[in-house]
Design a protein around this ligand. Sequence first.
Ligand SMILES: [Cu+2]
Length: 418
Amino acid sequence: MNRAARAVSVLAAAALAAPAFAHAEERTLTFTTAAISVEGYGVAQQPMLAESPNVDGYVVGMEAEVVDAQGRVQGRDKVMLHHIVFAKIGVSDYTCGGAAERFFAEGEERLALSLPRGYGYANKATDRWGLLYMLMNHRPQRLNGYIRYTVRYVIGEALTPVKPIWLDVRNCTGPDPVFDVPGGGKRFSTFTKTADFTMPESGRLVSGGGHLHGGGLRVELRNATCGTMPFASRPTWGGPIPKPILHEPGPTKMSSFRSTEGIPVAKGQRLRLAAVYDNSAPHTRAMGIMLLFLAPGAVEGCGATPPLDVDLGRPSAPPAFTMPLPRAPKGPVSRATSTYVGDFRYGAERILLGRGQTFTWRFMGRFQHDVTVVGGPVGFSAPWTTSGVFRHRFTKAGTYRIFCSLHPAKMVQQITVR
Ligand SMILES: [Cu+2]
């Protein structure tokens, strides 16, 4: 069918469907945040209030992008939308509690929210939304951007309400829920991190998708009580890699599912999320997340998974990737076993150690920094901080390339272990 014929048939289908929704209306609402500024080659992260629909209804779809002052979409080569998380303020999160219910997120893979027909995330005119963004500027000049998000919103019709269930292998551990894949394994070896969550109620999972970083193989959703794996979200790799390379490239798509019938899960059953990574090389600051939508309702025992409508993409194994440092470490080679981490440098950039020695980083900046191995025999990282110390004992010889993931173009270090 050519494009025109397809358009006509879509219109015809819409006309046939229209009477059933005569009193309902689906609106596409577009919102734009206040300006966000990110320094050249910098990373910025901040929570902010986010405008939301001013009428009662249901969110049935959502997506977000970064635009400039003229409303032009900024591609991955200009700004990397690392993470955006939307939450409803004053509502307890399904898995973490607290006072913000996470209901939509996008990362580098740009996974849009799209619920199956008949389901919606209920929202009131008086509800307040917030968002947390993390953007990486891939250009030398300061970025002045905006996050523009589009909400598909149904009013005038009662939909089956869904609850967002945010599963994360590092769940509820703060704004940077990362872990390190040490690497150093044989080719095709894997590293798996899991977390369990016991369902407080029964229902059917009608939509879901995963989030992984570079080196990720899949995010599995298991029902540990029933011994089943209803879904695994798989990454698609490829496309141009934005230069300069400021982090290990992540998937450009993650597979997601929708199901009108839904995956049954009963109260008291244990959902197990498993993030599976390649372990032939280090992958630091990795994540493993799946956002699911539950339609609460009666479910008994272990039911069969219905056929899922899967948006698969083109899954493949992650490409082998050697991450360069954005610039060469400078200065004389030091045999010191400690240095400072300040604004915006490591005290010593070139270090020589003996095997078995421990190195200490002393944090003393006004701004947060970290220590992140981007390549070497073993992957490890220190969390973002402004004070305190971080130590690592080097038991494997080789060259460790290190940067601060928040200031990758400025803060680099190389440690050679003999
Ligand atoms: Cu830093």
